[in-house]
Write a protein that binds this ligand. Structure first.
Ligand code: NAD
Length: 483
């Protein structure tokens, strides 16, 4: 299998090209690294038709058989882990450690999700009646993914969809299509034809999927505004939806922390994946008593972090993944400058330069209603904010349309627990961050999403409930005699 060329779609178990293509870039160099198929509407129809045709056999196979397929998928991914890590760094920009976490984590996830199952619930089983609720697959799932974790976020949809007996059509972000196309090729001989299809194209292709009459569910990860468009469009055919959307995660730091010790943890909470992370800490609330010292330690630690091309061994943070995102992050920096906020670090950008790197930027206590605090920059600019009163900081942390994640940092375990209980978010980490697990539900409150991924709660989202009630007596010969 070639990883540097032959980027083709997978439809009905076959390799498929398209008449038009679009370019894919290496964000560290700005070079075009591939031309990628731009699927037509007819090709989407073919992929959906293939998935629909494969559904009866796949959905009625014993789960043990589907599990074996998923195990083989995980094994194949591990066998080619090195190739996927290199390609991921090349198309996404993330350094080696992040690529390793994502690729090996994806293989682990597939294996763990393959072990999950939803048992039928027997509600009544008497000589007279039997009532059972089963979980049945929905049909054809359309998966739409973003560019920050292209492999992992696809796997979070593919694994539960397939293990529950659905067929799937996956569309990666046009900014990071290559690894997903290669997953299609990798698994072509492992997954029965039509069960797993990969097609590539722009946002338009995503819109066609959400409106497609033969797709029964959309599993979407991306921006909150796009999620709303997905929901509107999916309403036309009442598709099931799972929406994993944006976040503006607060971190609350208590006065009893050791600033030097906590600073590196807070740094990575905010800047992992170059802050292009739905769950990145995007507002850092530090108690007044330790504010100056923590900010000083953060700046000192940030200065040690190497930003550069992810393919170089010592790089810790890569580039911004794409040019529009780079422009967006730049706007936040300019907004902070225009408003006279103090830069504790970074913010020096020559607007004429053509690369996609942004220096680590820390803003010292900007106003609560500033754009950098209220919105989701999705890049390496972090507002550090002071707090004094516990009730006030909880109100500020919750005062957002988002509710994806949050974290609390402190030695006083009663205080951190009290604060964690009052934060309105799908996941609250305490004295640690970004710990996910296949058995742990992940999803957002408020405008951060609908539904969840992972755990049995996430698995249920790939099923319909079906209740069968059986009256064992009403048709029996004794009943006839009695009548
Ligand atoms: P995006 O919403 O621009 O794009 C995501 C995907 O949707 C892409 O594949 C895109 O082509 C497609 N798309 C765009 N318009 C569409 C439409 N109208 N209908 C259907 N599909 C459409 O998001 P992005 O810029 O790729 O990713 C960044 C965003 O994703 C951030 O807001 C981030 O917080 C969020 N995100 C959330 C999670 C989570 O799990 N909650 C994880 C990662 C990223």
């Amino acid at each position: 299998m070639q990883f540097n060329s032959d980027y083709v779609m997978t439809i009905d178990g076959k390799s498929v090209q398209s008449t038009s293509t679009f370019e894919s870039f290496n964000p560290a160099t700005g070079e075009v690294i591939a031309r990628v198929p731009d699927a037509s509407k007819a090709q989407l129809d073919e992929a959906v038709a293939a998935a629909r045709a494969a559904f009866p056999k796949w959905s009625s196979a014993p789960q043990a058989e589907r599990r074996r397929v998923l195990e083989a998928m995980a094994e194949a991914l591990e066998r080619h882990a090195e190739d996927f890590m290199n390609l991921l760094t090349k198309e996404q920009g993330k350094p080696r450690a992040g690529a390793e976490w994502e690729v090996l984590g994806s293989a682990y996830w597939i294996r763990e999700i393959s072990k999950q199952s939803l048992d039928a619930e027997i509600l009544e089983d008497t000589p007279e009646r039997r009532v059972v609720t089963k979980y049945t697959p929905i049909g054809v799932v359309g998966a739409i993914t973003p560019w920050n974790f292209p492999i992992l976020l696809a796997v979070w949809k593919i694994a539960p969809a397939l293990v529950t007996g659905n067929c799937i059509v996956v569309k990666p972000s046009p900014y990071t299509p290559l690894c997903t196309l290669k997953l299609g090729e990798l698994w072509r001989d492992i997954i029965p034809a039509g069960v797993f299809n990969v097609i590539t194209g722009g946002d338009e292709l995503g819109k066609w999927m959400t409106a497609h009459p033969d797709i029964n569910k959309i599993a979407f990860t991306g921006h909150t505004d796009t999620g709303k468009a997905v929901m509107r469009s999916a309403a036309g055919t009442l598709k099931r939806i799972t929406l994993e959307l944006g976040g503006n995660d607060p971190a609350i730091v208590l006065p009893d922390v050791d600033p030097k010790k906590v600073a590196p943890q807070l740094f990575w909470a905010a800047f992992q994946n170059n802050a292009q992370f739905c769950n990145a800490t995007k507002r850092l609330y530090v108690h007044n008593d330790v504010y100056e010292e923590t900010l000083k330690e953060l700046v000192a630690y940030a200065r040690t972090v190497k930003v550069g091309d992810g393919s170089q061994a010592d790089t810790q943070l890569g580039p911004i993944q794409n040019r529009p995102q780079y422009e967006k992050v730049l706007e936040y920096i300019q907004d902070c400058r225009r408003n006279g906020y103090r830069f504790a670090l970074g913010g020096d950008i020559d607007a004429r330069k053509r690369d996609w790197f942004i220096p680590i930027t820390l803003i010292d206590n900007p106003p609560e209603d500033s754009r950098v605090v209220q919105e989701e920059p999705f890049g390496p600019i972090l507002p550090v904010l002071r707090w004094q009163d516990e009730a006030d900081v909880v109100t500020r942390a919750n005062d957002t349309r988002y509710g994806l994640g949050a974290s609390v940092w402190g030695r006083d375990l009663d205080a951190v627990q009290r604060i964690a209980d009052r934060l309105d978010a799908g996941t609250v980490w305490v004295n640690e961050i970004h710990k996910y697990a296949p058995g742990q539900a992940f999803g957002g409150h408020k405008e951060s999403g609908i539904g969840c991924e992972n755990s049995l709660h996430g698995l249920v989202e790939y099923t319909n409930w079906k209740t069968i009630t059986l009256n064992k007596k009403s048709m029996s010969a004794e009943q006839d005699k009695a009548a």
